[in-house]
Design a protein around this ligand. Structure first.
Ligand SMILES: N[C@@H](CCC(=O)N[C@@H](CS)C(=O)NCC(=O)O)C(=O)O
Length: 223
């Protein structure tokens, strides 16, 4: 039996969604973020040394890293769906987006989360203007232009095909859901990028996505 070690408001939501798309049985073991630090509880380290979510167990196999998990589950349980056939251009695109989501799209979004925290964290009054000045400078000179670059790129790519790996829905779309949801929640992704906005609407309307929300509990990404 597959067990998803699911942290609230996290990347593991997309693993629940994938499993609902696959219609395979699985268990969910829930973990709650610390309300102040937002970190995962130490108990998750008993499953994987990094203590991050998602991590799954499937029989003797323990696997972390959402791209690897999604590729593994789709390869083992999708019966040929969700991963385009090996050796095709669509498969290469699928692999590309499986890596791009965490390797390229997430870093600037994470930086934006961190520098927003720097701006809003409690600190002595005399430190505030300095901290805010540094945060604003990093955001304006580096992070925001990088985010715009990625938004423009992803918008352009979704102009070429309905889904990220081609005209069929695939594992790549599940993996790409998280950076796009994070972008909509904290980095100003909106209807000015109509292809990306339509992608989010389409995935949110999928019955499997809705079922995964019911399984995972409230899903509100950090701002
Ligand atoms: N690149 C990893 C990132 C894993 C990760 O950072 N997960 C976050 C949740 S979205 C987490 O566990 N945060 C809690 C913590 O770091 O303690 C993946 O895609 O699985």
């Amino acid at each position: 039996m597959i067990t998803v070690h699911h942290l609230n408001n996290s990347r593991s939501q997309r693993v629940l969604w994938l499993l609902e798309e696959l219609e395979v049985p699985y268990d969910v073991k829930r973990y709650e973020r610390d309300a102040t630090t937002m970190l995962a509880p130490a108990s998750l380290k008993a499953v994987h040394p990094l203590g991050k979510s998602p991590v799954i167990t499937d029989g003797e196999t323990t696997l972390a890293e959402s791209g690897a998990i999604i590729e593994y589950l789709a390869g083992k349980y999708a019966g040929g769906r969700l991963l385009p056939p090996a050796g095709t251009p669509e498969r290469l695109r699928c692999t590309y987006w499986l890596h791009y989501a965490e390797g390229s799209a997430m870093p600037p979004l994470l930086m934006s989360l961190i520098f927003n925290r720097v701006r809003t964290s409690p600190m002595p009054f005399f430190a505030k203007p300095i901290a805010r000045g540094i945060a604003d400078k990093v955001m304006n000179n580096f992070v925001s232009p990088q985010i715009k670059l990625h938004f423009d790129y992803m918008e352009g790519e979704l102009g070429k095909s309905t889904w990220f790996a081609g005209n069929e829905f695939s594992a790549a779309d599940v993996q790409m859901s998280f950076p796009l949801e994070a972008a909509a929640s904290r980095a100003g992704l909106d209807a000015s990028r109509p292809k990306l906005a339509a992608f989010l609407e389409r995935i949110h309307a999928r019955p499997a996505y809705q079922r995964a929300l019911a399984k995972g509990g409230p899903y509100e990404l950090m701002r």
